[in-house]
Write a protein that binds this ligand. Structure first.
Ligand code: SF4
Ligand code: SF4
Length: 306
């Protein structure tokens, strides 16, 4: 029983294929989103996919163009170049502003859960870790380590005069080799992240070390009211803790906070939907944030700002 004397239940294993698919709906949708982005880059680069004679999605994860018209750019890569003293082009500035506005509005770390190719590797390692019953707690670090890594990346860019993380980023290596097939670095980077996740540290790369995730976390701390909200229903929750077990950013599920603000703090949430899938009481759900909250009230009650 929980403090409110509610009976604690857990989800029974899915009995039908339909129920199984329903529970996996967010994972399936995320996989589709990640593969569509990767597929559009791949098809454009390798098979010359075009619409009206214009490449569908050219470039890479740092800077790309849709139909040779709409620029998209990674705002962290832009920051690194600025730190390195390189003046960005107008297209890079516009592209970064578009990407920033898009993820800022939706939920900053949606990129991590729905676009970044490394998420597929991490999810695979987590699945195997659960199957093997491994604890992966050989290394313990604070979740804030990634913000230190982010600062280090910008410092390294400033001192070396080049975008430091772009050269070393495992996800960029993975992306380059998946799209261009240029060598073994994809395998090496993916295996390294896989091994960290499987053996050394649960949520090791994405939850503790990745400076790109940290960057989007910073954006999330600034943008306090994204469009996509993970609503929490206090009356239904029995505090069974199943959502905590599956959340890759467990530090954001603090029940007193959830009860106070009626939602999961958004800054570090990757929007993976796993908590929704395992909740036996349907106490969590994605909704669109439509009501404006008075700024003073939002600041006072929003733990993302702290
Ligand atoms: S929100 Fe979390 S703790 Fe509450 S009932 Fe759902 S899974 Fe259990
Ligand atoms: S709170 Fe839910 S949606 Fe957000 S990261 Fe955790 S499991 Fe995923």
């Amino acid at each position: 029983m929980d403090p409110d004397n509610k009976t604690v239940r857990h989800l029974e294993p899915a009995k039908t294929l339909g129920e199984r698919i329903r529970r996996m709906r967010f994972t399936l949708a995320r996989r589709a989103s990640q593969l569509v982005v990767l597929g559009l880059f791949f098809g454009t680069a390798r098979w010359g996919w075009e619409i009206g004679g214009k490449p569908i999605l050219s470039g890479d994860l740092s800077a790309s163009r849709i139909l040779e018209t709409l620029p998209l750019a990674d705002p962290l890569a832009l920051l690194e170049r600025l730190a390195a003293g390189v003046m960005p082009s107008a297209a890079a500035l516009t592209g970064a502003a578009i990407v920033l506005a898009l993820y800022g509005a939706l939920g900053a770390r949606i990129f991590c859960g729905w676009v970044c190719p490394m998420n597929i590797v991490v999810d695979a390692a987590q699945w195997l870790r659960r199957k093997l019953g491994l604890s992966a707690d050989l290394v313990r670090l604070s979740r804030k380590t990634r913000y230190v890594v982010l600062a280090g990346v910008l410092l390294a860019s400033a001192t070396t005069g080049s975008a430091a993380f772009e050269f070393l980023s495992p996800q960029a290596m993975l992306w380059r080799d998946l799209v261009w097939g240029t060598g073994l670095s994809a395998l090496t980077s993916a295996l390294a992240v896989f091994a960290i996740e499987l053996v050394l540290m649960r949520d090791g790369w994405c939850g503790h070390l990745c400076p790109l995730g940290a960057f989007w976390g910073c954006v999330g701390h600034v943008q306090k009211r994204p469009l996509l909200k993970l609503a929490f229903e206090r009356a239904s929750c029995t505090r069974c803790g199943d959502c905590l077990q599956v959340c890759p950013e467990r530090q954001i599920i603090r029940f007193k906070t959830l009860e106070a603000i009626g939602r999961v703090p958004s800054a570090e949430c990757i929007g993976c939907g796993r908590c929704i899938a395992v909740c036996p009481e349907n106490a969590l759900r994605f909704t669109l944030c439509t009501k404006a909250q008075p700024a003073a009230q939002a600041d006072q009650r929003n733990p993302d700002a702290r």
